[in-house]
Structures are given as C-alpha cells and as structure tokens.
Design a protein. Structure first.
Length: 76
C-alpha cells in the first residue's frame, strides 16, 4: 500500500520550510498558455488540411469517399 504522507514529504532538492504555493499560482497561467498554443495548432492544422484539399482535389475526393465508406461500415 502506498505511503499516505508521500505528498507531504519535501523533494530531495527542496529546502525544508519552503512552500510550493508560488508554483501553484502559475499553474492556471501555464494551463491557459497550453490551451492557447493548442488552439493555434488546431487552427493551423485545419488551415493546412483545407489548403491540401484545394491543391489536390482528387486526393481529397478519394479521402472523403473512403471516410464515408468507413462510416457506413462502422457499427454503432
């Protein structure tokens, strides 16, 4: 069974008596920054897919047909 006070013990490099409250206050900002970067990445990815579909219409059409066939054969 795991030790219950594992989270209360300081890490080997941490000074005793220091609090980790400063790290936790920046955690929401890091999460918000991660979400912003992810949203930008997904926008860029969608834009690249649209560009590829415009540049290679035959490949886009076969991909659409393949996807439709996959959806038809999928069992809910």
């Amino acid at each position: 069974m795991p030790d219950r006070d594992f989270h209360n013990t300081p890490s080997p490099g941490e000074q005793p008596g220091t609090t980790r409250g400063t790290e936790r206050s920046t955690e929401p900002e890091r999460e918000a920054e991660r979400r912003r970067r992810r949203a930008q990445f997904l926008r860029d990815l969608a834009e690249a897919r649209e560009l590829r579909d415009r540049v290679q219409p035959r490949r886009a059409k076969t991909a659409r047909l393949r996807h439709a066939m996959r959806m038809r054969t999928f069992r809910w």
